[in-house]
Design a protein around this ligand. Structure first.
Ligand code: FMN
Length: 222
């Protein structure tokens, strides 16, 4: 007899140890090809691919299953232009301010500056908002738990899904992002989390030469 509100676990699949070794190593090989790209082509991408990737993100675990996120997909040129204009104003401040000098220095190897042409060129900007709290139909606030962790996990799954589909993305986080609420008409319980710039890489795209920490550097087995 099942406890009320519970279902049998239906979709879990067990693999043999051999299959597991194969699958985990294949997935690693696939994921290690992912790179953040900052030069985009304006080549269109069918919307249903983006929709599937967003559905993948929506399967993410979240604190108390609150799913405290929304994904605003921008492809309209006028809206992309507005986002670019506002972001570049913030970036100009960021790159010349004394207060952010150390931060700007840490970005040196990426070769970034205040110009963000990709915000207009890429076919999609997926603006991810985290819901600081929910709103009940009567207007009362509903508490959300582990919002940042949850939205971070969903965003990571979205990045992985886009990569898996054969697209590239840039995680873009201007130092101030509240302007996105105004441009995209989002309520004040929604806080911009990141802009994911999505599309195909431009021809002859280059990426910074970087390395990742090794397993020895990141993992501790007890
Ligand atoms: C939370 C977060 C914020 C980021 N913000 C920016 C950004 O504003 N601009 C940018 O060019 N790259 C940004 N990046 C991309 C990182 O610079 C990039 O992931 C890192 O250099 C490693 O490169 P890889 O993604 O190719 O492995 C961000 C990445 C993360 C995870």
């Amino acid at each position: 007899m099942l406890k009320k509100g519970f279902l049998p676990l239906q979709n879990y699949r067990e693999y043999s140890i051999e299959e597991m070794k194969q699958r985990s190593s294949t997935f690693y090989s696939e994921m290690k090809r992912r790179r953040t790209v900052r030069q985009f082509s304006d080549r269109p991408v069918p919307r249903d691919i983006i929709e599937d990737c967003l559905c993948t993100a929506s399967t993410a675990p979240s604190g108390a299953n609150m799913q405290p996120w929304s994904f605003v997909v921008v492809s309209d040129h006028t809206v992309k232009r507005k986002i670019r204009d506002a972001a570049e104003k913030i970036e100009c401040e960021f790159y010349k301010s004394d207060a952010t000098r150390t931060w700007v220095k840490a970005l040196g190897h990426l070769g970034t500056d205040h110009n963000k042409p990709f915000l207009e060129i890429a076919p999609y900007l997926i603006v991810i908002f985290s819901h600081l709290y929910g709103l009940l139909p009567n207007g009362q606030k509903k508490k959300h738990y582990y919002v940042t962790e949850s939205v971070g996990i969903a965003s990571g799954m979205l990045i992985a899904a886009l990569h898996h589909a054969g697209l590239v993305s840039l995680t873009y986080t201007p130092s101030k992002m509240r302007f996105l609420n105004t441009i995209l008409s989002r309520p004040k319980n929604e806080k911009p989390f990141m802009i994911l710039v999505v599309g195909y890489p431009a021809k002859d795209t280059v990426v910074p030469e970087i390395s990742k920490k090794t397993l020895k550097d990141i993992a501790i087995f007890h």
